[in-house]
Unconditional design. Sequence first.
Length: 203
Amino acid sequence: MNDPTTRDAIVDAADRLFYENGYEHTSFADIADALHISRGNFYYHFKTKDEILTAVIDARLSHTDKVLARWEAEAQNPAERIRRFIHMMIANRADIKRYGCPVGTLSAEMAKLDHAARGEANKLFALFRTWLGRQFKALGHGADADRLAMHLLARSQGVATLASAFRDEQFIKQEVALMDEWLEKLTGGSSRHQRRAGRKAAH
């Protein structure tokens, strides 16, 4: 592997292992073994595990930015964009059932360890908070936009935590349906009509 590819592969492997096993319980050796690379090759790119953590958080922030930009481009209205966020739990339900939410588990672990990267890890939540707040504001809930964003973030985190604790994918589907209903009530049913209109226009 050339250098950029090796570095990216290390970050990708570390990202997965930090999610599945936790940052504290993932060693240099675990990451190197997952990639079948020499320790010398590994240390050429990263000298400490904290350096890898910083790279992982940066990669997650970049990926999240791209996902949110895609939702902005693909969804025709703010209600549908919020729905994309809600339904992200369905798309990732198998991993959530086993490991919880990748954002929530990392932030919680950094807080527990009182790690210097705690603030950086929380930027992932801040991205979603700001983006959701903007969508709720576009829906006409300017005064309550941030409160609604935090409510939805809190609810999704609670669902992820309980789904992981009980290993229950059906619980995720059930709660996503309830969040859909909450969103419908919040928009006065307009998001349902907009989705129907969009489907008709596509035919």
